[in-house]
Design a protein around this ligand. Structure first.
Ligand SMILES: NC(=O)c1ccc[n+]([C@@H]2O[C@H](COP(=O)([O-])OP(=O)(O)OC[C@H]3O[C@@H](n4cnc5c(N)ncnc54)[C@H](OP(=O)(O)O)[C@@H]3O)[C@@H](O)[C@H]2O)c1
Length: 330
């Protein structure tokens, strides 16, 4: 059977995704060929497709997949002797192109999968889980007793974030767009869930924290929540703006941070936090440890055939998904 990939020739809506036959070839120095078993869908894929984040066209799409190494190029064993033919691996980041049956890619982004993590769970939680790792351990290291606010708490990142923050001892306040999503977030560690479509989430967060405000807001929703998020923080609180699901957030003036209580502000990317292989492996170990202990579970909300990636994008952008979305290349 020939290999296939989803390719983008022009920016636009989900209908610009094209299912094409591709020649995969052999790995060069520092590269491996991977056969994908599950592909992870992430909101950033929609930004690459739409052009919100620039990519050179034509382009592949997707940053995350699990699979098996089929062939290894020169020098890979010096980088990591575990990266051999037959090794199960997962990755998140590198050049877009994960929406493919197989691909040749840089070995440096691959991480060997522990036996107790399935390919599906890995593809559902690697990019999102590494993101949560730096959110709860680095951007604002969550401490027992902290109250934190997690927007889109029933989403792919959201469910992992609720669980990990709860595991670290936080009181987790989530927001969600429906009652079913609110229930799911509660099942994954949220102590309180605010229906932000119908409730004033700033007033409710203040009420839930006795007027004090939260220690950190993790905001991947962006435009729709950004200003309110700043107003939910306690003095010296940390605003973590890490995404644009509802559109890019507005600019923030330094004096506004002063007026709201000497706030801290960061706009982190997984790319920066995993910029060395040592960082990537350390963060992956931390993620696999919390998954292995059962403290953090992957939640696969929906799976589509890889060729139907368009439907997966429509659902993700239409707020019709919960947890992680996978594509099945079989
Ligand atoms: N900075 C980084 O390195 C990094 C890494 C990974 C992810 N991210 C960001 O994290 C966020 C979550 O990513 P994800 O892949 O896990 O997606 P997701 O949270 O599963 O999906 C996005 C959710 O955002 C909420 N939302 C609110 N307003 C929306 C709107 N106008 N359009 C679409 N969704 C809206 C929806 O939940 P409700 O219906 O409950 O409101 C929706 O389900 C994204 O912003 C992504 O870019 C950033």
């Amino acid at each position: 059977m020939r290999d296939h990939a989803i390719r983008v020739h022009e920016h636009g809506g989900p209908d610009v995704l094209r299912w094409e036959a591709v020649d995969v070839g052999d790995p060069g120095p520092g590269e491996v060929r991977v056969r994908h078993t599950r592909v992870g869908v992430n909101f950033i894929d929609t930004y690459h497709r739409s052009g919100l984040y620039p990519v050179e066209l034509p382009s592949g799409l997707g940053l995350e997949a699990a699979g098996v190494i089929e062939a290894v190029g020169a020098g890979v064993s010096d980088l990591d002797p575990r990266l051999r033919e037959g090794q199960r691996v997962v990755y998140a980041m590198g050049a877009p192109g994960a929406y493919a049956t197989r691909r040749v890619m840089a070995a440096a982004t691959l991480v060997p999968l522990p036996d107790d993590v399935s390919d599906a769970d890995a593809a559902a939680s690697f990019l999102k889980g590494l993101t949560v790792q730096f959110l709860v351990r680095r951007c604002h290291p969550v401490a027992p007793g902290d109250a934190v606010l997690v927007h889109a708490a029933a989403g792919g990142v959201g469910l992992l974030l609720c669980q990990w923050a709860k595991h670290l001892g936080a009181t987790v306040i989530g927001t969600a767009g429906s009652e079913a999503k609110a229930a799911l977030a509660r099942e994954h560690g949220a102590d309180h869930v605010i229906r932000y479509e119908s409730e004033d989430f700033v007033a409710r967060t203040r009420e839930l924290t006795g007027g004090e405000g939260v220690a950190a807001v993790y905001d991947g929703v962006g435009a729709a929540t950004f200003d309110g998020s700043l107003r939910c923080l306690r003095p010296l609180g940390m605003m973590v703006s890490f995404g644009n699901a509802s559109g890019p957030p507005p600019a923030v003036e330094p004096r506004r941070l002063a007026q709201l209580g000497s706030l801290f502000f960061t706009r982190p990317t997984l790319y920066t936090y995993t910029r060395t292989r040592a960082d990537l492996l350390r963060m992956a170990d931390d993620l696999f440890a919390v998954m292995g202990s059962g403290a953090v579970r992957a939640t696969i909300g929906q799976t589509s055939p890889l060729a139907a990636a368009r439907l997966a994008h429509e659902a993700l952008e239409g707020r019709a998904t919960t947890g992680a979305t996978l594509l099945d290349p079989a």
